[in-house]
Write a protein that binds this ligand. Structure first.
Ligand code: BTN
Length: 325
């Protein structure tokens, strides 16, 4: 957690809009001595901030590191609940695991768990998730909708729509969704979503939406087995992108569609999702834990379940699988 004095100092610099802030003004604003100001400035430098210091003028920030700490995310975040409580750790085993603990301990709805790196990131179907330092978004969000557990898979699709729209609006990219929740750009995976539940038999206690996005990784940064199937926002865009702007937009879209869902049900979300889906109408292979089904993906049910028609005309409903197109 960030110290309150650090928070105020960054606030003073944000408000100065790139202009110098004098040491005395900072000391007055923070209620500390000029020596203490200097110590905090040195600490910011150690964290990767590039600061200019000029005699009689003061300090200004020339370049802020692209970090995803509480400050970077909060500054400019336009939500009521989502991301208003932030749990940040530079390095963590898994944000998903931490989010489960916090949800169990009754953290506020909308709590965001985020880290610069995960040492044991988890993917779907008990796979691991490659989450190296500073190059991606590794985050989990806790929601507490008052709904029966059967409706939880719809949240996976809702989250996928939020991520796609954030990438469209912030980065000008055109991602697609491969059921249930892989986000692809030019056929390669840029984001994975893992939706997990804490529930009783008739009621959801918490939904934990884990989002892993490759943002600033270069192709050679991926392990060999991922080189052909994974991509990043920077690879597709041809330049480095600010992770905090993408995070803010995802949170805003998630909040928007969460409210829409609670008001109007899954119908409007389903329509949006279908507009981005690449698997529907195509011949696919679905590998589930109980076997493989080949056929045409004919749509999703109102619960977000995938329907496949095999060559004998039989319709299969798939709850969880790996899809090959
Ligand atoms: C997938 O297999 O496609 C889903 C990947 C989900 C990865 C994210 S990264 C943040 C959160 N924490 C985890 O350990 N996993 C999810």
């Amino acid at each position: 957690m960030e110290s309150p004095i650090r928070k105020k100092m960054l606030q003073a610099f944000s408000e100065s809009d790139g202009e110098f802030v004098s040491g005395q003004a900072l000391a007055d604003f923070l209620g500390c001595t000029r020596t203490a100001v200097w110590k905090h400035i040195e600490e910011l430098r150690r964290e990767g901030f590039e600061l200019e210091a000029v005699r009689r003028k003061g300090y200004r920030i020339l370049h802020a590191p692209d970090k995803v700490t509480e400050n970077e995310i909060r500054y400019g975040l336009n939500t009521k609940n989502l991301g208003q409580t932030i749990y940040y750790q530079e390095s963590i085993d898994s944000t998903q695991k931490k989010a489960h603990q916090l949800a169990y301990d009754n953290c506020p709805e909308g709590t965001l768990v985020i880290a610069e790196e995960q040492t044991s990131g988890r993917g779907r179907m008990t796979r691991s998730w490659h989450s190296p330092k500073y190059s991606g978004i590794w985050m989990s969000i806790i929601l507490r909708p008052n709904l029966p557990p059967q409706q939880a898979p719809q949240f996976t699709l809702l989250a996928a729509v939020a991520v796609v729209q954030a990438l469209e609006e912030v980065c000008g990219l055109n991602p697609e969704i491969k059921w249930p929740n892989d986000i692809l750009i030019n056929g390669k995976k840029v984001t994975g979503i893992l939706t997990e539940l804490q529930a009783e038999s008739d009621k959801i206690n918490s939904i934990i939406i884990g989002i892993g996005m490759n943002v600033n990784s270069k192709q050679e940064d991926f392990p060999e087995e991922l080189q052909k199937i994974a991509t990043s926002v920077a690879i597709e865009k041809g330049k480095i992108v600010s992770r905090s702007s993408i995070i803010q937009k995802i949170l805003e879209k998630l909040e928007l569609y969460y409210h829409l869902y609670m008001e109007k049900g899954f119908g409007p979300i389903k329509l949006l999702w279908e507009g981005y889906a690449i698997s529907i109408g195509r011949e696919i292979i679905a590998r589930t834990i109980t076997g493989t089904i080949e056929g045409k993906a004919i749509g999703i049910t109102n619960d977000g379940v995938l329907k496949i028609e095999d060559s004998s005309g039989r319709i299969h409903e798939i709850y969880s699988a790996d899809i090959e197109i």
